[in-house]
Design a protein around this ligand. Sequence first.
Ligand SMILES: [Zn+2]
Length: 137
Amino acid sequence: MNYKLPNDRQVVDALKKVLSEHKTINSQTKLQHLVTEELKKREPLYNISEKRLRVIAVRTNFVSIKIFTRDTEEKTPERCPVCTTPLKYPSKEWESEIASEYVCSLCSYRTGKTKRVPVRYRFSLVVNYHSLNPNGF
Ligand SMILES: [Zn+2]
């Protein structure tokens, strides 16, 4: 394997630097390119997948993610397709049609009675994030 994996802390630092510079990035691919460039300044062999980067970004307190989805006929997923959190649907309400939408507790992914597939992401820097959670990333 001709690459190395950065640790989460290094990814968070690179992500913070990139978003501080760009404020908003309209594509996951572009974010991955910019963060990889930043990581390679430390170690030329560093690489990160778009998925790992997204999952780390969701868990920080300085990234706001807007998720664009499309509807499908598939059944609702067991895990959030954005951040992999297991989704525990409020079964009773869900079945009795009181709830028509379900939101992931960690990111803002929403799904209806059928699966919504994420098609695009927008990543933005949260202003004043330091005041939100001093113990966060
Ligand atoms: Zn999620």
